[in-house]
Design a protein around this ligand. Structure first.
Ligand code: SAH
Length: 215
């Protein structure tokens, strides 16, 4: 039976508390997670698992990231309201919803047309209005650059050069870097026209960032 929205809200709040216990400190990230109905981002048969701190399968063989990972990456962004953010890998749209809740101006790219279409319908139904694009994230969105922040939610082996160039000076990118065995969460800050500084923040496992698009 479907949950009442009251019930859902309590579950999302519990999930946010769980993440706080696990070390997420940014109250604005936690508040966004406490508000978003994550069950709406997975297929109905998985809805009962939606408020557990677990990644779940979505269409096209992809995954909705584990809530802790979403919170961790978002915390590293240190978003200010109104900042322009580019997300690579729309997937279910859940991460995009978190960024919207935090008041960012959100752009997001997905390489699977099926996922792009599903996320678009879902986000609009829930009242979120990010700008969504079907395309290859390796290209970024040159027409909309520069971005204050870039958030990559699939893992490339190396930092995509075109994305680096689409950061504003003083802005940064949060990106899991590495092969299929695992990745290092990396922050790449653009400190000058041609200067970048890199720091790493622990180990994670993401689906690979792949070239090209799939219709
Ligand atoms: N942020 C998503 C996580 C989805 S998993 C969420 O909140 O649900 C990563 C996503 O990145 C997958 O949907 C995958 O198809 C997408 N992806 C992988 N390589 C990509 C690329 N080059 N461009 C755009 N999206 C890509």
């Amino acid at each position: 039976m479907a949950d009442s929205s009251q019930n859902k809200n309590e579950k999302a709040e519990k999930l946010a508390k769980d993440l706080k216990r696990k070390g997420i400190r940014d109250e604005r990230v936690l508040a966004a997670i406490a508000k978003i109905p994550r069950d709406q981002f997975v297929e109905e048969s998985l809805a009962e698992f939606a408020y557990l701190d677990r990644p779940l399968p979505i269409e096209a063989g992809q995954t909705i990231s584990q809530p802790y990972t979403v919170a961790f990456q978002t915390e590293l962004l240190q978003l200010k309201p109104g900042e322009k953010v580019l997300e690579i890998g729309t997937g279910s749209g859940y991460q995009a919803a978190v960024l919207c809740e935090m008041g960012a101006e959100v752009y997001s790219i997905e390489r699977y047309q099926e996922l792009y279409l599903l996320a678009k319908e879902r986000l609009h139904r829930l009242g979120y209005t990010p700008q969504l694009f079907f395309g290859d994230g390796y290209e970024g969105l040159p027409d909309h650059a520069p971005f204050d922040k870039i958030l990559v939610t699939a893992a490339p082996e190396e930092i995509p050069e075109k994305l680096k160039a689409q950061l504003r000076i003083g802005g940064w990118m949060v990106i899991p870097l590495g092969g299929r065995q695992g990745q290092k969460m990396t922050v790449v800050k653009r400190t000058g026209e041609k200067r970048y500084r890199q720091t790493t923040h622990g180990d994670f496992i993401f689906v690979p960032m792949q070239k090209g698009t799939k219709e």
